[in-house]
Ligand binder design. Structure first.
Ligand SMILES: NC(=O)c1ccc[n+]([C@@H]2O[C@H](COP(=O)([O-])OP(=O)(O)OC[C@H]3O[C@@H](n4cnc5c(N)ncnc54)[C@H](OP(=O)(O)O)[C@@H]3O)[C@@H](O)[C@H]2O)c1
Length: 344
């Protein structure tokens, strides 16, 4: 098979190359999948540089999220969930390749009518945002939700989920294009958070359009960037602030007096660990997401301003992602759309 194999750590994505490596043989406990599309994540960039918390022994194949077709079922499984030919998406080490082996727990069926391209970006972002907003913050109709970096991978998922649950969404993003995208995916108001006065803008929107305690600010903050401290300036009584990530590169320290004075909760979410500590929640979260998909309230967020076709475009896709030039999920079509169509 062909793969983006890492034999030694590289300086950056543009040093990656595609090589021929042996195709995995069917395994006792894993499915063999023919990959059609691979999602990119910032942690893929850290991993190729040797800077990620999970570094397999060299050599290894990069990438994690994928969507494709089952090519072989686990040879020792008596009643496998999937059959040869089923369309699945998931995540495991080695998605930047034409084939990968993956255990059943890391696979889900591609939703009806979804492309591989959209499904390849679903496995990490959608449950992170659904788990945070629905299970951790209890979002409900009438809430006002402030979504930071709203055009990013988890951000666009959060905008859609908050809207689907009947909330009003204020979306922040750093460029006009990204704010347009947040609006297209349902945000009610957009704010440029490169303007230092952005909390004032959020407060003004709430003061103008909300009643009672809500006049002071939003009920929920969804923060994948590291903006909790500033967000505390524009929250309502009883607000929940979701700590999702630190895309800006700095782990914040928060003055806890504001947490007390405004009677608010700081709520963390570590989606990847649910599979270990709270497996029953994983099924509930995915059921919630598939229900929204079936109702047409959650759609794929594959970045479409530029296409990445073929494994050779992995370096370019990762560079674009790392350069903060993209929105939604940057997906590489391992089997290009044209080839996939001609196979049908
Ligand atoms: N807690 C969890 O379980 C969990 C799960 C998945 C992801 N995460 C974390 O959530 C964060 C966002 O993930 P994602 O997949 O949405 O990433 P993404 O698609 O790359 O989006 C990140 C967004 O952050 C904003 N940003 C602000 N400062 C930035 C900077 N200095 N460099 C790059 N981007 C910056 C950018 O929006 P603007 O250009 O508009 O500012 C960008 O769109 C990451 O830190 C990730 O590790 C956490």
């Amino acid at each position: 098979m062909r793969a983006v194999q890492v034999k030694e750590y590289v300086k950056g994505p543009l040093d990656l190359t595609v090589t021929e490596v042996p195709t995995p043989t069917p395994s006792a406990d894993k499915y063999l999948i023919e990959i059609h599309s691979a999602g990119t994540n910032f942690f893929d960039i850290l991993q190729i540089q040797g800077k990620y918390q999970h570094q397999p022994p060299l050599p290894w194949v990069g990438g994690s999220e994928f969507a494709g077709i089952i090519a072989a079922v686990p040879t020792a499984a008596s009643s496998p969930r999937f059959r040869v030919g089923d369309r699945v998406f998931g995540a495991t080490q080695g998605a930047y390749a034409t084939h990968v082996l993956a255990p059943e727990a890391s696979l889900l069926p591609v939703p009806e009518g979804w492309s591989f391209e959209d499904a390849a970006g679903l496995f990490v972002t959608a449950p992170t945002s659904y788990g945070a907003l629905v299970h951790r913050a209890g979002v409900k109709a009438g809430d006002w939700v402030l979504v930071h970096a709203a055009a990013g991978g988890v951000g666009l998922a959060a905008v859609q989920i908050a809207k689907a649950k009947g909330a009003t969404v204020i979306a922040t993003a750093g460029t006009q294009r990204k704010r347009e995208i947040a609006s297209q995916f349902g945000a009610d108001y957009v704010v440029d958070y490169t303007d230092k006065a952005w909390p004032e803008q959020v407060k003004k929107l709430c003061a103008t359009h909300r009643q009672g305690n809500g006049k002071a600010g939003v009920d929920i903050v969804y923060d994948p960037v590291g903006m909790i401290e500033a967000s505390l300036k524009c929250v309502a009584w009883n607000a929940r602030l979701l700590v999702i990530g630190f895309a800006a590169g700095k782990i914040e320290k928060v003055a806890l007096n504001r947490v007390l004075l405004k009677n608010v909760s700081l709520v963390g979410l570590h989606w990847g660990m649910y599979a270990k500590h709270e497996t029953e929640a994983v099924d509930a979260v995915w059921k919630g997401i598939f229900d929204l998909v079936a109702q047409g309230k959650f759609k794929g967020t594959a970045f479409s301003d530029e296409s990445f076709n073929g494994l050779e475009t992995v370096p370019k896709a990762l560079k674009a992602l790392g350069g903060r030039e993209t929105w939604g999920k940057v997906v590489v079509n391992v089997i290009s759309n044209e080839k996939a169509k001609s196979k049908l």
